[in-house]
Every structure is written in C-alpha cells, then in structure tokens.
Write a protein that binds this ligand. Structure first.
Ligand SMILES: *Cc1c(COP(=O)(O)O)cnc(C)c1O
Length: 712
C-alpha cells in the first residue's frame, strides 16, 4: 500500500518540479481536486502543497476520486513533451548546431508561486521561455534569485500603499542546486576593487528550457552582499551595479563552468549587458586574440532588446562606480579607463558622460529591437546620436512586437471551446491566421455563455480578496455588502497596471461627475476593477493609486468600483479572463508595448486603449476600441484632458450602447461580433510563439551562423 502511495506522491512531485504544469490546467485541476482549500492556502505552490499532504492522504483522496489514471496520464504527457524530437526548433533551428541561445533578463515572471518578477518585463521574459520550450528552441535563461521578490502590497485605510517584504521559503521552490562536473555546488565569483562577490546557482526547469538563477546569499560574502539579491529594483546605483555585475558577468561565467558555449547571447533589456564583456574576455583567452577582434566576433552573435522609451529609464553608472566594480576586469581586457568608459558612452571622448548599459548593448550587438513598431521609432530617435552619420530611419533598431504565452493566460473553458470549435491541434498552430478563421463559426450564445461564466468566477475571486482586505481594515460597510459587490450583468472594465505616472491610472477619474453618471446609470451602468502596484519610491504613482483606492472606498460606488491589492500573476490571470473591457490609457508614446491587453483579447474581452504600443498596430476600427486618434501634444496636461474626453465619449457613444444592445435571449450580437473580429485578427499575431519565431528567424539564426563559422 505504502509503495503505491509513494509512487503517486513521487509522480506529483515530478510534475511539480517542472513548470510545464503552470500552462497545463489538467495538472492544476489535480491539485485542486485533491484539496482546493490547501491549494489556495499554499498560494498555488505544488511543492508546498505536497509538503503538507502525506502520500497516504494523496492515495486515499485519489482512490475516492479515481484520480490515478489522470495522474498517470499527465505524467505521461509531460514525458512525451520532454522527449519529443520533431519540434519546430529541431526542424528550423539547424543553424544553431546544438548551441544554446542564452537569454539574460533581470526578472522572470513564470507563475505567482515564484515571485522573482515585478511586472511586464518579467512576465514577457517568462512567456519567452515557455514559448521557446513549446517550440523546442535550444535556449537557457539566466537571471537572479530574489529572496524577497518584489513586495507584497497592502493599502491602509487612507488608500496609501504599504510594502511588505517577506523571505521566500526556498525549500518550496522547484529548484535544484547547480553543481560542477565534480559534484561540488557551483559558485561563480566576480572580483572588484573592494573585494570579490560570490554567488551560487539554482536551476529551474521550464518545460524543455533551463533557467539559471544567481543567488548571492552564500558564505564568503559580506553580510551586505548576502542581501545583494534580496529585492528587485530595491536599492541605489551601487546596489544596482553590483546586481548587474552578478547577472552579466556571473551569468556568463556559469556557462563557462558548465562548458556550454553560447550560440547566441540575447540580452533582454540593458541590465545584463556586462555579459558581452565577459564573453569578449573569454574569447580573448580561448582564441588568444586581442580585444578588438574578440569584440567584433562577440558582436556577431549578440542580440539586444530594449524596452524603455524614456531616457531616464536606462541604467547609467558614474566613472567611479565603474572603476570600483569593473577596474580589475578592465585590466584583464587590457583597456585603459577611458577606453573602457567609451564602451558605454554615446560620445566616447566626453569625460563627463556616465556609462550607459543600453549604449554598451547597442554598440555591441548584431541586431537590436524595440518591442513594437512605435517603440522602435522612439528608440531610433533616442539613440540617433550613436549613429550621427545616418538618417534617423537607418538607425539599426528594428522591432519585434511582444506577444503572450497563450496557454498561460487562456482560461481553461475558453481553451476547451477553441479546441472543439477550431481544431484539436489549434494550440500548436496558433501563429497561422487560418486557424482563427473558424472563430466565426462559434455560436454567439456559446461564446457569450463561456465569457459570462468566466466573469462570474472573476467576481467570486474579487469578493473573496476584497473580503480579506476589508477585514484587515475593519471596513464594515464593505464586509456587510460583500455579496452585492459587482454584478455579472453590468459592463465591467478591468484596469490593472503599474502605477507609473505615464500610465495615467486615474484618467477615468478625471471628470468625476461624468464617471459617476456612467457608474450609477439606471439602465446601462458601468463597474470597474482596479489593481496595480506603485514602485516603493514613486510617491507620485502612490498618489494616483490612492486617489483610486479612496474612490473605491466611497459608499456611493462601493458596489461598482473595487481595488484589488497585490497585483501579480494570479490577479492578472483572473482579471484578463473575466472582464468585458480591458482599459489601457498610457501617455502616448511611452508604452513600449503593453501585453496585458493581449492576454485579455484571447479570453473574449475587448481592448479599449490609447493607440500606443501594440494597440497602435493592432486596432483596425472593428476589433476593439480606441482612445484618441493617435495625436500627441507636447503639454502632458493638454494630452491628458484630450484623452480623457475621448475616453468618456467612446464609452458613452460606442462601448456602452454596443454592450447593452441585446436580443430577446440577452445576447449582445454586435458585441460578440467585435469579440470574434478581435480574436480572429489578433490571436495569431500577438502570441509569444509568433514572437519567439520572429526572434529565431530574424535574430537567432543569423547570429548563430557567426558562431558556427567562426568558432570551431
Ligand atoms: C502582463 C502583466 C503586466 C504587463 O502589463 P502591461 O500591459 O504592460 O501593463 C504587468 N504585471 C503583471 C502581473 C502582468 O501579468
């Protein structure tokens, strides 16, 4: 008896050890069937779950519910997935010659149980790994393990954000220590003028892809350095350069210790750009060639993605910080201080210019891209001074627009509907427009019903979360009417984002009377669900957040306007799967891409957005709604007023009438037409499989041909 129990428990543990489970709802359903309460209690962490349930309990529950065959089935599917040889990558990636694409990112958002991300950049990197895995592309991710993650958000009774930092229990993360060939735990170290920095390395399995995370909490480091990788985006520039030193140089050294030579270096944002320098150093040593030749060679297989449309958002370090941290390294490269600084300067001879990570990356990569067409325009303008002899349009920064990992964001009932109505192999062929044609054939009523049931699950989720928030704040009014909060028959807007000022989270509050009329309309009311974090040091962002939170505490709107704390992967998933409209109103052109709207459209929600980032190239007049006409004004206040006016007008004249136009059985056919148009015209384009294929074909394969020819 015990042995079957152990066997079952071990299979679940094996499933828990590969993040493949996060995009396979049939695995998640096993855990919720075993113990839904415990699953929620452990924040959807399967290892913590299995630590708290004995093999005998698993066996007993499985017998009662006849789960054995389901467990065996998903276990077999995982193994088939891992062993599949004829993948897209195997067929199309022959140029990679068994070398790896090494993908560096300062954050990875894979699932709520692994809180090593803060927002869009991390989720994008996580989605990139998952699609690379699905496509069978040989790729390794490199990042940092943050012991306290970003932060947990709590609002006080005044609506002010408070941050809570708690240490992760690393024993409940699906990680293994990376060891050297001799079995010793791998430790990488980086020498600086003020001592050496050490890090150990963890490995996570994301489907077929490995993710390596550096962790500075090791013996041998000073107390201060042991905390170096505690928090994301936490400290000052000194902390930051030390983190980036570990990520870039430490990250590149992991590969050397494991005798893995990169076929391609892909730097996701400038944080990891020091990896280029370590790779140059390795090539100099390995091939016994001087700096300049090694630099040219490494540039041939380095690609760089920039994400930041504002100049101040790019990391810059003073000459003193650079010398203190990279002086020893610079000597190994045989460079003078000035020559080294020149690598990160727009104007190499300007001694007052700091060292910019983006400049280092742009100057040393074969291909560089922004993450939407409009963002590439902005980036070419911003970095034109690096190529002053060229016209702006020829600045070598192209674009690959972001996409989302569909199976991670698609609600299981919607998935099922698409599988039955489109085709069984739909999810592996989603980059083809013809696969989505058949969305037309789905019955309006069936699509609407599926959406409505997801909306109801969202409302239950919101009430549960709001109840806990209100209990903590002892907010009696909310507690008393919790079951009346939100109504599935009311048009529901989701608005969740980082509260950075340019995102203008409070735009919809700019004309309170007008908003109040919309919310309290007798026949065609509106309700709004807000969520999002402000950066701990961004008081302006916190004020915008506070304004919204206070609005939601007002008894007059309490049932129709809510703020859900602690926006994370889990909250995002619920929101994008259940709202009717996804609202996005950044100040154009400051949204590099934006991906949350892409998650929403897959789930039959409609996008209502400023024509910025991805929406600028997605909107066709019929597949969602636009705020403004793409015009921009130099004065941000005027732009704010104009966009607010357009937002209200669009809601009043287009969105609300369309939503409430029903047939006799309550189905909004015109609305459903828009949903279908949205899924058909956008589903095949804005997914991460398409994105990773674009990277593979346009960036990785040309870059890899450099390594296969030049380095043998
Ligand atoms: C998708 C996602 C984001 C990014 O969304 P934007 O559209 O760029 O605002 C941020 N945070 C979380 C938790 C997400 O899931």
């Amino acid at each position: 008896m015990t042995s079957t129990a152990d066997h079952l428990h071990n299979r679940l543990l094996a499933l828990a050890q590969n993040l493949w489970w996060t995009w396979h709802p049939e695995v998640i359903r096993l855990f919720t069937d075993l113990d839904a309460h415990l699953w929620r209690q452990v924040s959807h962490n399967p290892i913590a779950f299995l630590n708290q349930i004995t093999p005998e309990q698993v066996e007993e529950r499985s017998s009662d519910l006849v789960l054995h065959s389901r467990i065996n089935h998903v276990f077999r599917r995982l193994n088939e997935y891992m062993e599949k040889r004829k993948t897209w990558g195997a067929v199309n990636g022959s140029n990679l010659h068994n070398r790896q694409v090494v993908y560096f990112s300062a954050e990875f958002g894979l699932h709520e149980s692994i809180p090593i991300y803060s927002g869009g950049l991390g989720v994008l990197a996580g989605d990139h790994l998952k699609s690379a895995s699905d496509l069978g592309l040989p790729l390794i991710g490199i990042g940092l393990l943050y012991h306290q993650g970003y932060f947990s958000q709590k609002l006080n009774i005044d609506g002010w954000q408070e941050e809570d930092y708690r240490d992760l229990d690393i024993n409940t993360l699906p990680m293994q220590t990376v060891t050297e060939p001799n079995g010793q735990p791998l430790v990488v170290s980086v020498d600086t003028r003020i001592g050496s920095l050490q890090a150990r390395v963890w490995q996570l399995q994301v489907g077929r892809v490995r993710l390596m995370l550096l962790d500075s909490n090791v013996e041998g480091n000073s107390a201060e350095d042991r905390e170096l990788t505690s928090r994301l985006y936490g400290g000052d520039n000194r902390l930051r350069i030390r983190q980036e030193l570990l990520l870039g140089i430490g990250g590149a050294r992991i590969l050397q210790t494991l005798n893995t030579f990169p076929g391609v270096l892909h730097l996701n944002e400038g944080h990891s750009a020091f990896a280029i320098l370590e790779e140059i150093r390795r090539v100099m040593e390995y091939d016994q060639i001087p700096f300049n030749r090694a630099q040219r060679r490494v540039s041939l297989y380095t690609v760089f993605t920039t994400h930041t449309p504002v100049p101040a958002g790019h990391d810059r370090f003073s000459p003193e910080l650079i010398e203190e941290h990279l002086g020893i390294f610079r000597e190994k490269l045989g460079l003078s201080h000035d020559d080294f600084m020149a690598l990160g300067r727009v104007n190499p001879t300007d001694a007052s210019e700091p060292f910019c990570m983006t400049v280092l990356a742009l100057k040393n990569s074969r291909r560089a891209n922004g993450v939407s067409a409009i963002h590439a325009d902005v980036s070419r303008r911003m970095w034109h001074p690096l190529w002053p002899e060229r016209p702006e349009i020829e600045v070598p920064i192209g674009h690959i627009t972001n996409g989302v990992h569909v199976l991670s964001w698609l609600a299981p009932p919607m998935h099922q509907l698409l599988e039955t109505r489109l085709s069984q192999d739909w999810s592996t062929r989603m980059v083809h427009p013809d696969v989505w044609e058949k969305v037309d054939e789905i019955d309006d009523g069936e699509l609407w019903e599926t959406h409505q049931s997801l909306k109801m699950s969202l409302i239950r989720f919101v009430r549960r979360r709001l109840f806990l928030q209100a209990k903590r704040l002892e907010h009696q009014e909310i507690i008393q009417q919790i079951e009346q909060i939100l109504d599935p028959d009311i048009l529901t807007i989701g608005c969740a984002r980082r509260f950075a000022v340019y995102k203008r989270g409070d735009l919809i509050l700019s004309q309170i009377d007008r908003l109040e009329r919309l919310i309290r309309d007798d026949h065609r009311p509106l309700q709004i669900i807000f969520a999002g974090k402000a950066h701990p040091r961004d008081d302006q962002g916190k004020k915008i957040l506070q304004r919204i939170a206070k609005f939601s505490y007002n008894p007059a709107y309490m049932r129709r306007v809510v703020f859900i704390e602690n926006y994370d992967y889990n909250v995002a998933r619920h929101l994008v799967q259940g709202v009717d409209v996804w609202l996005n109103n950044p100040r154009r052109p400051l949204e590099a891409c934006g991906t949350s709207g892409q998650k929403a459209i897959l789930n039959a929600c409609l996008s209502l957005s400023v024509l910025d980032g991805w929406w600028n190239e997605a909107y066709d007049g019929k597949n969602g709604f636009a705020i403004g006409d793409g015009g921009m004004h130099n004065d941000p206040d005027i732009q704010y007023q104009r966009d607010a006016e357009s937002l209200y007008e669009t809601l009043e004249e287009i969105v609300i009438p369309c939503y409430y136009e029903r047939d006799i059985s309550g189905i909004p056919h015109r609305w459903v037409q828009r949903i279908k148009r949205s899924m058909q015209s956008l589903g095949w384009r804005f997914n991460a499989d398409r994105m990773v294929k674009d990277y593979a074909e346009r960036f990785y394969l040309p870059a890899a041909s450099a390594t296969s020819v030049e380095i043998k």
